[in-house]
Design a protein around this ligand. Structure first.
Ligand code: GTP
Ligand code: MG
Length: 135
């Protein structure tokens, strides 16, 4: 089985969509949430988390947005959960995301797209170490 890091971004918390989004993850058969915490992310954590995007035009506003309020960080465990949560989330740009996906149903603009999920096994290992080192 796999593990993945999920972040419910500050817009999800502000818009009271946490229960709705976690419900979709919980209803998926065979998956389980093995860690969960509300926390406000600092600059150093965010720079490490989104380091691959450093230098891109959207990087600074992305970091600022991600620090603008608490996020809900969770570890989800289960069969093919890395690609599975990405599929539940839908494409990065909510306009391109189909109804039925989290971003398709609730997303507004590309920066405020509600959810992060690790995009590969390597990313999952790196991000889990960063967010849940004790886990
Ligand atoms: P994350 O799970 O947050 O990593 O999203 P992702 O994997 O679907 O997208 P990616 O890693 O490519 O980009 C990270 C985040 O940067 C996205 O979720 C968006 O919030 C933001 N982002 C990515 N591309 C753009 C862009 O072209 N414009 C803007 N404004 N934001 C972007
Ligand atoms: Mg990404």
């Amino acid at each position: 089985t796999q593990r993945t890091l999920v972040l419910l971004k500050p817009d999800a918390v502000r818009r009271a969509l946490v229960g709705e989004i976690i419900g979709r993850i919980e209803r998926k058969a065979g998956w389980s949430i093995t860690a969960l915490e509300l926390r406000t992310l600092d600059g150093s954590t965010l720079e490490q988390h989104y380091g691959e995007h450093k230098g891109r035009p959207f990087y600074e506003p992305l970091i600022e947005f991600m620090a603008s309020g608490p996020v809900v960080a969770l570890v989800v465990e289960g069969e093919r959960v890395i690609e599975g949560v990405r599929a539940l989330a839908g494409p990065t740009d909510p306009i391109a995301a189909a109804p039925g996906s989290i971003r398709g149903d609730f997303g507004t603009i590309v920066r405020e797209n509600l959810i992060h999920a690790s995009d590969s096994e390597e990313s999952a290992i790196r991000e889990l170490k960063l967010f849940f080192p004790e886990h």
